[in-house]
Every structure is written in structure tokens, then in C-alpha cells.
Design a protein around this ligand. Structure first.
Ligand SMILES: [Zn+2]
Length: 58
């Protein structure tokens, strides 16, 4: 298997994907701290997760 290293959509840093990562899992970019969501594992696609600040309730 080839290790794919996707780039952070925010800062273009390489983002390490844990080998047990699942689709829809959230990761944090080590470089800029952005929350990234794994949209798809094959091919690997990352997208910025919607920002959730505090739990304000609804
Ligand atoms: Zn980043």
C-alpha cells in the first residue's frame, strides 16, 4: 500500500493520516491547527471542518 499524504486545504502542510483513520473522522492539522474532516479515504480527500467554537446549545 502506498501511504498517501494529503495536504491541508488551509496551509498546504502535509497532514498525517492515522492508519486506522475512518471516513468522516476529524483531524487537526499539526501546522495551523485547523480541524479537517476526512471526506474520503480513497482517494484521500480532506476538507475544512465547520468551525465549532463552544457548545452554545440551540
Ligand atoms: Zn494546516
Amino acid at each position: 500500500m502506498t501511504a498517501e499524504t494529503p495536504l491541508c486545504p488551509e496551509c498546504d502542510a502535509e497532514v498525517e493520516i492515522p492508519s486506522d483513520a475512518m471516513e468522516n473522522e476529524l483531524l487537526a492539522c499539526a501546522e495551523c491547527g485547523s480541524e479537517l474532516e476526512i471526506m474520503s479515504l480513497s482517494p484521500l480527500e480532506l476538507e475544512l471542518a465547520p468551525e465549532v467554537e463552544e457548545d452554545w446549545g440551540e
